[in-house]
Design a binder for this molecule. Sequence first.
Ligand code: FES
Length: 126
Amino acid sequence: MTADGRAQVAEGGASADDPAPYFVRHVFVCTNERAAGHPRGCCKEKGSIGLRDYMKAKAKAMGLSGIRVNSAGCLDRCELGPTMVIYPEGVWYRVETRQDVDEVLEAHVARGERVARLMLRPEDGP
Ligand code: FES
């Protein structure tokens, strides 16, 4: 039970009975939009749609297979955006430029490394 009385979900981890993952890496890019002036802001106003489009095109141009880049609704870390999360690792990034996208694709997606300077940690927050 959490401090606010909600039930805690089980920790992750693959089960032996799980089917093989359909994608090796699945990237969710928040493209949520809120009304101008909303106190939390939104990723769309920070350029996330263009970054998502660029990431999809760049992944294709790099010839990467086993990756899917999808739009996501609000990932609930709005103040830290533009946000994205990559599964199955569950690693989050704030990606603000095309150069950031290149770095995530080349390091994390293609080589299985991490981009520490862009990574969001659970303790990061507004
Ligand atoms: S608007 Fe992107 S995380 Fe909420």
